[in-house]
Design a binder for this molecule. Sequence first.
Ligand code: SAM
Length: 454
Amino acid sequence: MSNFLPNELINRLREDSHFDTNAFIDTHERGDRVTSIRLNPEKLGDRAFSNAEPVSWCDHAFYLDERPVFTLDPLYHAGCYYVQEASSMFLGHIIEKLGLKDSQSRALDLCAAPGGKSTLISSYLGLDSLLVSNEVIKSRANILVENLTRWGTHHVIVTNNDPGAFSRLPGYFDLMVVDAPCSGSGMFRKDPDAIDEWSLANVKLCSDRQKRILAESLATLATGGYLIYSTCSYSIEENEDILDWIMSTYEFESVQIPTDAAWGIEETRSAQKQAFGYRFYPHNVKGEGFFVSVLKKLDHQETFNRKRAKPEKSNVPKQVLQDWLSSTSDIHAFLHNENIHVFPSSYEADLKWIQQVLYIRNAGTNIGKWTGRELIPSQDLALSILIKPDLPAQQVSLAVAQDYLRKENLSRTDFEGENGWSLVQYNGVNLGWVKLLPNRVNNYYPKESRIMNL
Ligand code: SAM
């Protein structure tokens, strides 16, 4: 038996006669590192990774042979890819199999920070959908905003609420993802320090919390809507038992997701209700430990009165939008604290309903500060997929790009353009803004995002 994995965990997993205990322990003892990234299809084509091994169950996702220092890669800061653990990318396969890819869905990612699943949901559902990405912990909500801003899509609202707050939007969402806080055993290979914090008592605590999160928020799912429930725990108490609890407390049916046997994902059934679950073991799949399942809501769910107020006339001059955005169709622009935000006009009424009952951290893309005469363009605009393609821009070398991202002083000789605002581009991708002056370059990269100590 392993001398470092908790015996109580191993003994419980062994109760499944198919479980290969030795292979499971070996893979943890070897501590193999698997690095995977998912590209932003709106920013970077797959060509750059044509030789890399793809992740079978997710589009635009690849394994890397080595783990580079991502912090030093300008494309990482530009939101061209998200470094995400491969097993959890199975969410893409699920969204596809549910027929929700490129749909017009309203989706909630309830436990969303730092944003791995939200960026995936944003890409998979497409720009005709609305994603509400929520995180209860304030500091983590900031990181979530940062990662989604980098991703550059404007069909997202980031909220900072307790799960219970969503009961104020009954029957609203077509899809709800609950990537629940858990005891974290699935990450033991990647993060052996987490082993010391594992205990059966904590598994019980997590399981109770998972039920509480679901009980407080499930009313926000529409009748016929899908719940995707996941954890990075191996414990049945946090996985299959939760499915049984949901199905015995509410009217839900389990949804089977077809998989390819070659992927090594284990389909399980819960003890009472025979609900389907998908287990990812690191000795069987190229990824870390993960559990995911899909339930469809059958309960008749009351909803709220979706009164559509007459769309307000925008107080943002159309010319400003035309000057800075590639397209202004289906764009609702509004001023908030002197900043101009752009958001899909098809969800303008939704934004109002959500605003009334939730604490919004960010809605759509903040394209900059409006002085009443001119727009001071924001970092969010530089990273937005909506930015006009022919704005003044300067290609820079890797060294200059890194200096820019460290917010260092830049030399005017590295920039040929005329004086005024200019985008800084690396490999054709926007990193942010500079203002070119006759003898100087003002570096507008946000202080809080700058690369430090590298
Ligand atoms: N979905 C994220 C991703 O893919 O990047 C990871 C989410 S992580 C597994 C679980 C999240 O739940 C954490 O961000 C944590 O702050 C949040 N959380 C912790 N306690 C919570 C609670 N009581 N209710 C809701 N969310 C909670």
